[in-house]
Design a protein around this ligand. Structure first.
Ligand SMILES: Cc1ncc(COP(=O)(O)O)c(C=O)c1O
Length: 345
């Protein structure tokens, strides 16, 4: 029996032998004293890559998002973000608990424009309204199927946010995918924002870690919040070495994951009962709906598991499939075949 093809997430990857070797060889020190040379090198490298003054390591993308909220807002504030953003749906209510903010979800398909932002910002001058103080964009947008937010839209809404006195935050956990898919450097994608978060543990294949980048003063504030949340680590160079290795070896190959997602998307789009707009398959994620009459998401997930293909139910009739470093073309083709057979049955 073949090993299962695990398409649940790009976070399921295991460090390669070469990555483990880089981790084992990492120079380390106490990062709470700023003495971990490998973490310092990663922070400098990412600040440069993202076109920002400074950067700070964080253990997870969730903590990066939570720290960003605590730096850029005050309790009771309101945040405007794309519908079904990670911060509102996948962080266990952390935005409310950790930052004390409420998130207004707008737009569709991971994207919203200036009109939607304007409509969502609460009027000022009446004390009953919460102050809307932050615009957040998720790029690529996970639950919308890994779509890349068009940069012209990003620039328009960020300009408008600034005019209206809002700060701006980019949840770029998969910014690397957005850069490869759009052909634009990460620094250009990050330029319109006050703070930018990126992850190393998704498509890049590192075992953990994220980072916030921005102006020195905001990164100093983020460091304090990170310490308060218990996210400051010690010999973190072991993780940072994996991230540096991934930046060198696993960034350009994301195009292969995107090609694999396309293969899966094209196979699925032709299946009875599947609702999938192939225009949403832009990177390494495929999110599709199951029409009435087709099996529901839990049933498809269970049947696929029996056939050695692991996928995720994102809703009663919504399924997500994600490609990554640990799945080869032959496995992708096998998974596509299994899903087609199950959906045709
Ligand atoms: C868009 C986005 N932001 C943030 C995160 C959180 O990252 P982590 O799982 O490292 O907490 C994820 C995780 O999948 C994500 O998809």
């Amino acid at each position: 029996m073949n090993a299962p093809v695990d398409l649940r997430s790009d976070t399921v990857t295991r460090p390669t032998a070469a990555m483990r070797a880089a981790m084992a060889a990492a120079e380390v020190g106490d990062d709470q004293y700023g003495e971990d040379p490998t973490t310092n090198a990663l922070q400098r490298r990412c600040a440069e890559l993202l076109g920002q003054e400074a950067a700070i390591w964080l253990p997870s993308g969730t903590m990066a998002n939570q720290v960003a909220l605590r730096v850029l807002t005050r309790p009771g504030d309101e945040v405007v973000a794309a519908r079904e953003c990670h911060a509102a749906w996948h962080e266990a209510g952390g935005s409310a608990a950790n930052a004390g903010v409420q998130i207004v979800e707008v737009g569709s398909g991971g994207v919203f424009d200036v009109d939607a932002l304007d409509a969502a910002i609460k009027p000022s001058g009446l004390p009953v309204f919460p102050p809307t103080t932050l615009l957040q964009i998720e790029n690529t947008h996970n639950r919308a199927g890994g779509v890349v937010v068009p940069q012209a839209v990003v620039e328009r809404v960020c300009v408008r946010a600034r005019e209206r006195g809002l700060k701006t935050y980019l949840d770029g956990a998969r910014l690397w995918n957005a850069a490869v898919a759009s052909g634009r450097p990460e620094a250009e994608l990050a330029a319109p924002f006050d703070l930018v978060g990126v992850s190393f543990s998704k498509g890049l294949g590192a075992p953990g870690g994220s980072l916030l980048a921005g102006p020195r003063a905001l990164i100093a504030a983020a460091d304090r919040q990170r310490r308060m949340l218990g996210g400051a680590m010690r010999q973190n160079g072991i993780f940072a070495a994996a991230a540096l290795h991934a930046l060198d070896r696993h960034r350009e190959r994301l195009a292969e994951d995107h090609h694999h997602a396309r293969l899966l998307g094209e196979a699925l789009a032709g299946c009875p009962g599947v609702e999938l707009d192939l225009a949403t398959v832009q990177t390494n994620i495929v999110v599709f709906q199951l029409a009435p009459g087709a099996p529901d998401a839990a049933t498809l997930v269970a049947r696929a598991r029996e056939r050695g293909v692991l996928i995720v139910a994102f809703g009663a009739r919504t399924v997500r499939v994600v490609t990554h470093l640990d799945v080869a073309t032959a496995q992708v083709r096998r998974a596509a075949q299994v899903l087609r057979e199950l959906l045709a049955a």
